[in-house]
Design a protein around this ligand. Sequence first.
Ligand code: UTP
Length: 286
Amino acid sequence: MNKAVIPCGGLGTRFLPITKTVPKELLPIVDVPVISHIIDECVSSGLTEVLIIISPHKEIIKDYFKRDDRLYDELMGKGKTELAEILLSASSKADIKFVTQYEPLGSAHAVSLARDFTGDEPFCLALGDDLTVSEVPVAKQMIEAYEKTHSTIIGVQKCEGDDIVKYGVADVVSNYDRHNLLRGIVEKPPLNALPSRLACYGRYILSNIYKYIDRTPKGKGGEYQLTDALMLQCQEEKVYAYEFEGKRYDMGDKFGALKAAIELSLNRKDFGDDLKSYIKELAATL
Ligand code: UTP
Protein backbone atom coordinates (compact mmCIF):
# COMPACT_ATOMS: atom_id res chain seq x y z
CA MET A 1 0.00 0.00 0.00
CA ASN A 2 1.45 3.38 -0.92
CA LYS A 3 -1.49 5.79 -1.17
CA ALA A 4 -2.96 8.20 1.35
CA VAL A 5 -5.97 10.47 1.03
CA ILE A 6 -6.30 13.58 3.18
CA PRO A 7 -9.72 15.25 3.08
CA CYS A 8 -9.58 19.00 3.72
CA GLY A 9 -12.85 20.05 2.09
CA GLY A 10 -14.78 20.92 5.26
CA LEU A 11 -15.76 24.39 6.45
CA GLY A 12 -13.81 24.38 9.71
CA THR A 13 -16.56 26.28 11.52
CA ARG A 14 -15.35 25.19 14.97
CA PHE A 15 -12.20 27.20 14.35
CA LEU A 16 -13.82 30.48 13.27
CA PRO A 17 -12.92 33.30 12.81
CA ILE A 18 -9.40 32.38 11.56
CA THR A 19 -10.88 29.78 9.20
CA LYS A 20 -12.66 32.59 7.34
CA THR A 21 -9.38 32.95 5.46
CA VAL A 22 -6.93 30.29 6.69
CA PRO A 23 -7.87 26.60 6.27
CA LYS A 24 -7.58 24.79 9.60
CA GLU A 25 -5.30 22.24 7.94
CA LEU A 26 -2.78 25.05 7.39
CA LEU A 27 -2.86 26.32 10.96
CA PRO A 28 0.68 26.10 12.28
CA ILE A 29 2.32 24.31 15.11
CA VAL A 30 4.64 27.28 15.46
CA ASP A 31 6.08 27.19 11.94
CA VAL A 32 4.82 23.97 10.33
CA PRO A 33 1.20 23.48 9.30
CA VAL A 34 -0.84 20.56 10.59
CA ILE A 35 -1.14 19.01 7.14
CA SER A 36 2.62 18.90 6.75
CA HIS A 37 2.89 16.85 9.96
CA ILE A 38 0.21 14.49 8.61
CA ILE A 39 2.12 14.06 5.35
CA ASP A 40 5.28 13.28 7.35
CA GLU A 41 3.33 10.55 9.16
CA CYS A 42 2.17 9.15 5.81
CA VAL A 43 5.60 9.23 4.19
CA SER A 44 7.29 7.60 7.17
CA SER A 45 4.65 4.87 6.89
CA GLY A 46 5.60 4.21 3.25
CA LEU A 47 2.67 6.19 1.80
CA THR A 48 4.45 8.30 -0.78
CA GLU A 49 1.50 9.11 -3.05
CA VAL A 50 -0.88 11.55 -1.43
CA LEU A 51 -4.18 13.00 -2.60
CA ILE A 52 -5.42 16.12 -0.81
CA ILE A 53 -9.09 16.94 -1.17
CA ILE A 54 -9.57 20.69 -1.02
CA SER A 55 -12.54 23.03 -1.31
CA PRO A 56 -12.54 25.90 -3.83
CA HIS A 57 -11.65 28.25 -0.93
CA LYS A 58 -8.56 26.25 0.03
CA GLU A 59 -6.35 26.69 -3.05
CA ILE A 60 -3.81 28.14 -0.64
CA ILE A 61 -3.05 24.56 0.48
CA LYS A 62 -1.79 23.93 -3.07
CA ASP A 63 0.35 27.06 -2.83
CA TYR A 64 1.96 25.80 0.36
CA PHE A 65 3.26 22.68 -1.40
CA LYS A 66 4.43 24.52 -4.57
CA ARG A 67 8.17 24.98 -5.07
CA ASP A 68 9.36 28.56 -4.71
CA ASP A 69 12.54 28.56 -6.78
CA ARG A 70 12.89 32.35 -6.69
CA LEU A 71 12.96 32.49 -2.89
CA TYR A 72 15.19 29.38 -2.78
CA ASP A 73 17.75 31.03 -5.08
CA GLU A 74 17.57 34.27 -3.10
CA LEU A 75 18.23 32.48 0.20
CA MET A 76 21.07 30.45 -1.32
CA GLY A 77 22.52 33.63 -2.84
CA LYS A 78 22.61 35.18 0.63
CA GLY A 79 24.26 32.09 2.10
CA LYS A 80 21.15 31.19 4.10
CA THR A 81 21.41 27.53 3.16
CA GLU A 82 19.61 26.20 6.23
CA LEU A 83 16.53 28.31 5.50
CA ALA A 84 16.73 27.37 1.82
CA GLU A 85 16.69 23.67 2.79
CA ILE A 86 13.70 24.22 5.10
CA LEU A 87 11.89 25.94 2.24
CA LEU A 88 12.68 23.15 -0.20
CA SER A 89 11.69 20.35 2.16
CA ALA A 90 8.21 21.89 2.53
CA SER A 91 7.49 21.23 -1.14
CA SER A 92 9.30 17.95 -1.70
CA LYS A 93 7.76 15.67 0.90
CA ALA A 94 5.76 13.33 -1.30
CA ASP A 95 4.07 12.99 -4.67
CA ILE A 96 1.07 15.21 -3.86
CA LYS A 97 -2.02 15.56 -6.01
CA PHE A 98 -5.17 17.60 -5.42
CA VAL A 99 -8.83 17.24 -6.19
CA THR A 100 -11.55 19.81 -5.48
CA GLN A 101 -14.72 19.07 -3.55
CA TYR A 102 -16.93 21.89 -4.79
CA GLU A 103 -19.42 21.62 -1.94
CA PRO A 104 -18.88 20.23 1.56
CA LEU A 105 -21.31 17.37 1.12
CA GLY A 106 -19.72 15.24 3.83
CA SER A 107 -16.82 12.92 4.55
CA ALA A 108 -18.13 10.03 2.40
CA HIS A 109 -18.61 12.41 -0.52
CA ALA A 110 -15.04 13.68 -0.05
CA VAL A 111 -13.69 10.12 -0.06
CA SER A 112 -15.67 9.29 -3.21
CA LEU A 113 -13.56 11.88 -5.04
CA ALA A 114 -10.46 9.74 -4.44
CA ARG A 115 -11.76 6.86 -6.60
CA ASP A 116 -9.64 7.61 -9.68
CA PHE A 117 -6.55 8.11 -7.52
CA THR A 118 -6.83 4.90 -5.50
CA GLY A 119 -8.48 2.60 -8.02
CA ASP A 120 -9.49 -0.64 -6.29
CA GLU A 121 -6.45 -0.66 -4.00
CA PRO A 122 -6.81 -0.22 -0.23
CA PHE A 123 -5.59 3.16 0.99
CA CYS A 124 -5.03 5.14 4.14
CA LEU A 125 -7.49 7.92 4.93
CA ALA A 126 -5.98 10.49 7.28
CA LEU A 127 -8.34 13.29 8.30
CA GLY A 128 -6.75 16.67 7.71
CA ASP A 129 -7.51 17.94 11.20
CA ASP A 130 -6.28 14.95 13.22
CA LEU A 131 -2.68 15.00 14.31
CA THR A 132 -0.97 11.97 15.81
CA VAL A 133 2.37 11.62 17.55
CA SER A 134 3.76 8.15 18.20
CA GLU A 135 6.90 6.08 18.18
CA VAL A 136 5.67 3.96 15.26
CA PRO A 137 3.69 6.28 12.96
CA VAL A 138 -0.03 5.65 13.38
CA ALA A 139 -0.59 5.13 9.64
CA LYS A 140 2.10 2.41 9.76
CA GLN A 141 0.40 0.71 12.71
CA MET A 142 -2.84 0.78 10.75
CA ILE A 143 -1.21 -0.70 7.63
CA GLU A 144 0.25 -3.51 9.76
CA ALA A 145 -3.21 -4.17 11.22
CA TYR A 146 -4.63 -4.28 7.69
CA GLU A 147 -1.98 -6.77 6.62
CA LYS A 148 -3.29 -9.16 9.28
CA THR A 149 -6.98 -8.87 8.37
CA HIS A 150 -7.24 -7.56 4.78
CA SER A 151 -10.36 -5.70 5.90
CA THR A 152 -11.25 -2.08 6.43
CA ILE A 153 -9.62 -0.84 9.64
CA ILE A 154 -10.79 2.09 11.74
CA GLY A 155 -8.32 3.73 14.12
CA VAL A 156 -9.67 3.93 17.66
CA GLN A 157 -8.44 4.76 21.13
CA LYS A 158 -9.92 4.45 24.61
CA CYS A 159 -11.51 7.74 25.61
CA GLU A 160 -12.41 7.74 29.30
CA GLY A 161 -13.68 11.33 29.45
CA ASP A 162 -17.08 12.84 28.67
CA ASP A 163 -15.54 14.04 25.40
CA ILE A 164 -16.39 10.67 23.92
CA VAL A 165 -19.87 11.95 23.03
CA LYS A 166 -18.27 14.08 20.28
CA TYR A 167 -17.08 11.01 18.35
CA GLY A 168 -18.20 7.91 16.58
CA VAL A 169 -17.96 5.08 19.12
CA ALA A 170 -17.16 1.46 18.21
CA ASP A 171 -19.78 -1.20 18.85
CA VAL A 172 -17.59 -4.24 19.31
CA VAL A 173 -18.35 -7.95 18.88
CA SER A 174 -14.99 -9.40 19.94
CA ASN A 175 -11.45 -8.31 20.69
CA TYR A 176 -8.09 -9.91 19.93
CA ASP A 177 -4.70 -8.22 20.26
CA ARG A 178 -5.97 -4.63 19.76
CA HIS A 179 -8.18 -5.71 16.83
CA ASN A 180 -11.89 -5.31 17.61
CA LEU A 181 -14.37 -6.88 15.25
CA LEU A 182 -17.13 -4.34 14.71
CA ARG A 183 -20.87 -4.67 14.79
CA GLY A 184 -21.16 -0.99 13.94
CA ILE A 185 -20.32 2.56 14.94
CA VAL A 186 -22.63 4.76 16.97
CA GLU A 187 -22.16 8.41 16.01
CA LYS A 188 -22.06 10.81 18.99
CA PRO A 189 -23.90 8.55 21.48
CA PRO A 190 -25.18 9.96 24.79
CA LEU A 191 -23.04 9.06 27.83
CA ASN A 192 -25.69 6.68 29.17
CA ALA A 193 -25.76 4.65 25.96
CA LEU A 194 -22.11 4.17 25.01
CA PRO A 195 -21.51 0.91 23.11
CA SER A 196 -17.85 0.98 24.31
CA ARG A 197 -15.16 3.45 25.31
CA LEU A 198 -13.43 3.18 21.92
CA ALA A 199 -13.64 6.47 20.05
CA CYS A 200 -13.06 6.53 16.29
CA TYR A 201 -10.30 8.96 15.48
CA GLY A 202 -9.14 10.19 12.10
CA ARG A 203 -7.14 7.28 10.68
CA TYR A 204 -8.54 4.52 8.49
CA ILE A 205 -7.42 1.89 6.04
CA LEU A 206 -10.28 1.69 3.58
CA SER A 207 -10.72 -1.38 1.47
CA ASN A 208 -13.58 -1.99 -0.93
CA ILE A 209 -15.28 1.17 0.37
CA TYR A 210 -16.68 2.79 -2.77
CA LYS A 211 -19.49 0.32 -3.30
CA TYR A 212 -20.77 1.20 0.17
CA ILE A 213 -20.34 4.93 -0.36
CA ASP A 214 -22.40 4.61 -3.55
CA ARG A 215 -25.24 3.15 -1.47
CA THR A 216 -24.99 5.64 1.38
CA PRO A 217 -27.95 7.99 1.67
CA LYS A 218 -27.68 11.52 3.04
CA GLY A 219 -27.38 11.34 6.81
CA LYS A 220 -26.75 13.74 9.69
CA GLY A 221 -26.69 17.40 8.65
CA GLY A 222 -27.88 16.43 5.16
CA GLU A 223 -24.33 15.17 4.42
CA TYR A 224 -22.99 11.88 3.09
CA GLN A 225 -21.22 10.53 6.16
CA LEU A 226 -18.34 8.06 6.08
CA THR A 227 -19.68 6.48 9.28
CA ASP A 228 -22.89 5.54 7.43
CA ALA A 229 -20.89 3.92 4.61
CA LEU A 230 -18.82 2.00 7.18
CA MET A 231 -22.03 0.85 8.88
CA LEU A 232 -23.15 -0.67 5.58
CA GLN A 233 -19.76 -2.33 5.20
CA CYS A 234 -19.95 -3.79 8.74
CA GLN A 235 -23.21 -5.49 7.81
CA GLU A 236 -21.68 -7.30 4.83
CA GLU A 237 -17.95 -7.70 5.58
CA LYS A 238 -15.59 -7.90 8.51
CA VAL A 239 -14.52 -4.43 9.62
CA TYR A 240 -12.11 -3.96 12.52
CA ALA A 241 -11.45 -1.16 14.96
CA TYR A 242 -7.74 -1.12 15.73
CA GLU A 243 -6.48 0.41 18.98
CA PHE A 244 -3.45 2.37 17.83
CA GLU A 245 -0.70 3.55 20.15
CA GLY A 246 0.26 7.17 20.46
CA LYS A 247 -1.19 10.56 21.16
CA ARG A 248 -3.88 12.09 19.01
CA TYR A 249 -4.87 15.76 18.87
CA ASP A 250 -8.10 17.20 17.49
CA MET A 251 -6.75 20.09 15.47
CA GLY A 252 -10.23 21.16 14.43
CA ASP A 253 -10.83 22.13 18.05
CA LYS A 254 -9.23 25.26 19.50
CA PHE A 255 -8.07 23.73 22.79
CA GLY A 256 -6.88 20.55 21.03
CA ALA A 257 -4.75 22.67 18.69
CA LEU A 258 -3.28 24.66 21.58
CA LYS A 259 -2.35 21.46 23.47
CA ALA A 260 -0.63 20.10 20.35
CA ALA A 261 1.33 23.33 19.84
CA ILE A 262 2.61 23.25 23.43
CA GLU A 263 3.36 19.53 23.64
CA LEU A 264 5.08 19.28 20.26
CA SER A 265 7.10 22.42 20.96
CA LEU A 266 8.42 20.93 24.21
CA ASN A 267 10.34 18.43 22.07
CA ARG A 268 11.91 21.00 19.76
CA LYS A 269 15.68 21.09 19.69
CA ASP A 270 15.81 24.84 19.10
CA PHE A 271 13.66 26.07 22.00
CA GLY A 272 12.07 23.07 23.76
CA ASP A 273 14.17 23.58 26.91
CA ASP A 274 13.42 27.32 26.98
CA LEU A 275 9.73 26.56 26.68
CA LYS A 276 9.95 24.08 29.56
CA SER A 277 11.55 26.70 31.83
CA TYR A 278 9.01 29.27 30.73
CA ILE A 279 6.07 26.97 31.49
CA LYS A 280 7.50 26.14 34.93
CA GLU A 281 7.93 29.84 35.75
CA LEU A 282 4.46 30.62 34.46
CA ALA A 283 2.89 27.72 36.38
CA ALA A 284 4.38 29.04 39.63
CA THR A 285 2.42 32.26 39.17
CA LEU A 286 -0.93 30.59 38.49
P1 UTP B 1 -14.86 17.69 10.21
O1 UTP B 1 -16.31 17.47 10.28
O2 UTP B 1 -14.04 17.64 11.45
O3 UTP B 1 -14.51 19.07 9.49
O4 UTP B 1 -14.27 16.71 9.12
P2 UTP B 1 -15.33 20.37 9.25
O5 UTP B 1 -16.66 20.10 8.65
O6 UTP B 1 -14.40 21.26 8.48
O7 UTP B 1 -15.45 20.87 10.76
P3 UTP B 1 -16.33 21.93 11.54
O8 UTP B 1 -17.22 21.10 12.40
O9 UTP B 1 -17.08 22.81 10.54
O10 UTP B 1 -15.35 22.72 12.35
C1 UTP B 1 -13.03 16.00 9.26
C2 UTP B 1 -12.17 16.22 8.03
O11 UTP B 1 -12.90 15.92 6.84
C3 UTP B 1 -12.86 17.02 5.95
C4 UTP B 1 -12.54 18.25 6.82
O12 UTP B 1 -11.87 19.26 6.07
C5 UTP B 1 -11.69 17.67 7.93
O13 UTP B 1 -10.31 17.71 7.63
N1 UTP B 1 -14.16 17.14 5.23
C6 UTP B 1 -15.32 17.26 5.91
C7 UTP B 1 -14.15 17.17 3.84
O14 UTP B 1 -13.09 17.06 3.20
N2 UTP B 1 -15.34 17.34 3.19
C8 UTP B 1 -16.52 17.46 3.83
O15 UTP B 1 -17.57 17.61 3.16
C9 UTP B 1 -16.51 17.41 5.24
